[in-house]
Design a protein around this ligand. Sequence first.
Ligand code: 5MM
Length: 335
Amino acid sequence: MTELNKIALNILSNGKGILAADESNGTMKKRLDAVKVASTSENRLLFRETLFTSKAMKDCIGGVILFDETINQKTSLNKTIAETIISSKTTPGIKVDTGAKPLANSSLETITEGLDGLRERLKKYYSLGARFTKWRGVYTITKEYPSKLSIHSNAHALARYSALAQECGMVPIVEPEVLMDGDHSAEDCFVKTSEVIKKCFDELILHKIDLTGIILKPNMILAGTQSKKKASGDEISINTVKCLKESVPSEVPGIAFLSGGQTEIEATENLNLINKNNNTNFIMTYSYGRALQQSALKFWSKDINNIKETQNIFNHRANMCSLAAQGKWSKELEN
Ligand code: 5MM
């Protein structure tokens, strides 16, 4: 077992998953504006420290994806964020892309940037305690998109990023996110997601990536948010497993889904069904941002010093996700 494989398995095994707390300041401002809290660095730290010191960190969270600002902050006890996360036997990780920018010659689509100077940034993050990294490519479904150009160029960037992360001793999370926005069908989502993921692995293999030392972070196979025909939980789970079985090489140790705008319950229920229908050797777990934080953030915004109750809400959500990652969740447990 390589060191990278060990890190990946540590993050994903035993019903654990990933807390995606890597919202850039722009996204965090949107989240905080929505609950009427000022988006200052102090408030961003206060909310995140509340989550990072909760009980669920020990029981349910194998890794936390951080944003650059957060990994450089110190907690109220004057500990670094990485130390705080490691003290729960959880692994700190870091988002290293610098965002999705308009793609030249297909400017309604995006290409994720951040390769310039990446080797040096990775070394700095390693010295700060990060042992895994994240890079997200974003794809939209319409009649003409995602274009071959966007599928190819984002896969190429994901592979170059992965090679640099592994060179530096860190596990790359490869996140090709096919967005839920649009009126496309679940069948369209299946076809496009399969094409996107297959192209990512073509490029990862070309760039000699150790596939046992990566984590794939894909979307589930869902109909678009404006589609008239929604897929049932059974359809979502069966098609998601089928898509991944056909598109992901068997050496990959695990898959950690993004929630992508599903409600907390939808994301939990679908993950549970995916695990019930999982006829692969891949670990299938969560790497949720909104579907782990939403209720906690809403409660916290009413009283930002009520750490205990905010943590209780987060603990519950993380417990539910952890049960879903083992196929042991049921609706009754939500009460
Ligand atoms: C946490 O949000 C991440 C994106 O932040 P920026 O847009 O500010 O870069 C995002 O990559 C996230 O990790 C995934 O999309 C999963 O989050 P959700 O909320 O979809 O589970």
